[in-house]
Ligand binder design. Structure first.
Ligand SMILES: [Zn+2]
Length: 330
């Protein structure tokens, strides 16, 4: 996950299934104040919209969590590692029968060069234009000897996308096409610096798509990062596009999930940054408060027991609804 530099991006994962909310540094709905040294809390607003009955699940959180288990079983997935190669094979095997593009590139890092590979699964819609939903699958190179497996950071987004692929392969999209993008090299290889040692895969993709004209077809770039936390609190991201963020809240509210969204506002530097810099509307769905003061972030404690299928389901359903709403915009 992203580590931010201006505001220090934290990864959010979850607290354990048995001990959640009380571990959070900033209770949902509380005046957001208390930023940790790493967090980028700018503002917070209580989520006070009246609750509505939750919508019927479209995305299977249980299915997504099974994918997380499998990807974690690949082991650490830092660039150049055997676990990374196993994750690539795993992605390919679960995307058979879908139009899949592999975008190979070279990660030129302070620790040397590594092979990088983005995966792009394409689902055609009826309208001319594309909405991208992205998530990274790599884990940090500097943590390669720590036992870090990235259940939430790297695992949750990757595997929610795999679950979305299972849904989309059975769906006729009435609006724009959807491209699911598994980005590589999101993590810093030595230490996070914007535009240098970070988001290698999304920078490569944004540059490539700018050159070949694909970027003009993008209606929005939606990012899912650290969204498996059982104590789910998706941030409002001040570095994302306001109207896309507003659609996220509109969907969350309509589906009855609003208490999990936008209690705090942060400023994230993540895989969406190279696209927002090029004028693509973006939204980073990230829960950057993973255990008390983000204590599980980038530690060997980022494990499956901190995650909840319900959180994956909530974010998956919101993403699909946002895609629909974008398709209905004039
Ligand atoms: Zn990370």
């Amino acid at each position: 996950m992203a580590s931010e530099h201006r505001f220090a991006i934290l990864l959010v994962v979850a607290c354990s299934l048995s001990a959640c909310a009380r571990d959070k540094g900033v209770p949902a709905g509380a005046p957001a104040g208390t930023p940790s040294k790493d967090s980028s809390v700018i503002d917070a607003a209580p989520a006070s919209v009246p609750s509505q009955p939750a919508a019927q699940a479209v995305v299977s959180g249980a299915g997504a969590l099974q994918f997380v288990k499998d990807i974690v079983a690949c082991g650490p997935r830092f660039v150049g590692s055997p676990g990374h190669a196993r994750a690539e094979t795993y992605l390919r095997s679960h995307l058979k029968g879908i139009e899949l593009q592999e975008d190979a590139f070279t990660i030129k890092s302070p620790e040397g060069e590594f092979p990088g590979r983005n995966f792009i699964a394409k689902f055609p819609g009826k309208k001319d234009g594309v909405v991208v939903i992205a998530g990274h699958y790599d884990t940090p190179y500097p943590l390669r000897k720590s036992g870090f497996v990235g259940g939430n950071d790297g695992g949750s987004g990757t595997d929610l996308l795999l679950e979305l692929a299972q849904h989309l392969r059975k769906t006729q999209l009435e609006g724009y096409s959807v491209w699911l993008v598994w980005t590589d090299g999101e993590e810093a290889v030595r230490a996070w610096t914007s535009d240098q040692d970070s988001v290698y895969g999304s920078r490569h993709l944004a540059e490539t798509w700018e050159k070949d004209g694909t970027l003009k077809r993008l209606k929005a770039f939606l990012l899912a990062d650290m969204i498996g936390d059982s104590d789910l609190n998706v941030e409002r991201d001040a570095n994302s596009t306001l109207w896309v963020e507003d659609l996220v809240l509109e969907s969350a509210t309509r589906l009855g999930y609003q208490s999990h969204f936008f209690a705090r506002t942060t400023g994230m530097d993540d895989d969406h940054t190279p696209f927002s810099k090029r004028g693509v509307p973006v939204a980073d769905l990230i829960d950057f408060d993973y255990g008390y003061s983000n204590v599980f972030w980038h530690t060997p404690n980022d494990t499956l027991d901190k995650l909840s299928p319900r959180s994956l389901e909530i974010v998956g359903n919101v993403l699909l609804d946002v895609v629909r709403l974008i398709g209905e915009r004039k």
